[in-house]
Design a protein around this ligand. Structure first.
Ligand SMILES: [Zn+2]
Length: 260
C-alpha cells in the first residue's frame, strides 16, 4: 500500500511538472492535478489511472490545437486553455471522490461510475472544442434555435458526434478491467447524457455577462478592462460548477443503468 502511494506520488509529480511545462496547466492546476493523481493512482493503480490520463492528455492537446483559430472564442469563454485548479477539480473532482469511495468500500464496484464521470467531462470537452473548430450548425439546447458556435448551451452536430467519440475512447480505455461491451455502452450513454445536461445548464442557469464597453456577451467577469454586468443566469454558477454537474450526471446515469 505504501509502495503504491510512493509510485503514485512520483507518477503525479511527473504529470504535474510535464503539464505545467507544456502550459496545459497553471501552477495551481498542476498542484491540484498532483493531489488528484496521488489519490486516484494510490487507491486504484493503473486500472483507475489509465482512463483519466487518456482524458487529460487527449483533451489538453485538443484544447491547444488550432489555438489561433480559437482566439476569437477565448474572448467569450470564461477560462483559457491553460487550466487552473478550479478547472482541474471541475473535471476530475467527481472522479477523485468516486476513487475515494472505492477505497472506503472496496467490495462495491465503483468503476463504471468512475468511467461515467470521466466520459461525461471528455464528451463535454471534445464536444466544445470540436464544435468550435468545425463551425458547424449550432443550436441552443434550450430554445432549439441557431446560436453562434462557442455559445454556452450550444449543441452542434459535429460537437455531439465528437463528444460521443471521446466518451467511447475513455470507456474503451478501461475495457481490459471490466471486459463487458454492455458496460462500455452504459459508460458512453452516461457520458453523452452528462454533456447534454452540461449544455442545458449552460443555456439556462450558467452566468452570462455583457460587456458595457463593446457589447459582447461573455462568461467573463471582466472585459475591455471593465467589470461586466450580469446578463442572465445565476452569478455563482460558472463554467466550473456546470462541468462538475456534468461529471456527476455522467456517474449517476452510468450507475442507474448498471442497476437495471
Ligand atoms: Zn468588451
Amino acid at each position: 500500500m505504501l509502495t503504491q502511494f510512493l509510485i503514485a506520488a512520483l507518477f503525479g509529480f511527473i504529470i504535474a511538472v510535464a503539464s505545467y511545462v507544456a502550459r496545459f496547466l497553471t501552477l495551481s492546476g498542476a498542484l491540484a492535478t498532483f493531489f488528484l493523481a496521488v489519490i486516484i493512482y494510490g487507491i486504484g493503480g493503473w486500472q483507475w489511472a489509465v482512463p483519466i490520463v487518456i482524458f487529460f492528455v487527449l483533451s489538453s492537446f485538443l484544447s491547444k490545437y488550432g489555438r489561433s483559430r480559437k482566439e476569437l472564442f477565448e474572448q467569450v469563454f470564461e477560462k483559457s486553455s491553460t487550466r487552473d485548479w478550479g478547472q482541474v477539480l471541475a473535471n476530475g473532482g467527481v472522479a477523485g471522490l468516486i476513487a475515494g469511495l472505492s477505497g472506503l468500500f472496496p467490495l462495491y464496484d465503483f468503476y463504471p461510475l468512475y468511467l461515467g464521470a470521466l466520459a461525461a467531462v471528455t464528451a463535454d470537452t471534445w464536444g466544445t472544442e470540436i464544435g468550435v473548430l468545425t463551425k458547424g450548425k449550432t443550436i441552443s439546447a434550450l430554445a432549439l434555435k441557431s446560436v453562434e458556435p462557442g455559445t454556452s448551451g450550444g449543441i452542434s452536430e459535429y460537437g455531439t458526434v465528437g463528444g460521443a467519440i471521446g466518451a467511447a475512447v475513455v470507456a474503451l480505455s478501461g475495457y481490459p478491467w471490466y471486459t463487458e461491451l454492455r458496460t462500455t455502452l452504459i459508460v458512453v450513454v452516461g457520458g453523452v447524457a452528462g454533456s447534454l445536461i452540461d449544455s442545458l445548464l449552460g443555456a439556462t442557469v450558467q452566468a452570462q455577462y455583457t460587456c458595457e464597453v463593446c457589447g459582447t456577451i461573455t462568461e467573463r467577469k471582466m472585459h475591455c478592462e471593465h467589470t461586466t454586468a450580469l446578463y442572465r443566469g445565476v452569478r455563482w454558477i460558472g463554467n466550473d460548477v456546470v462541468n462538475g454537474m456534468c461529471a456527476l450526471v455522467g456517474a449517476l446515469v452510468a450507475w442507474g443503468l448498471m442497476l437495471i
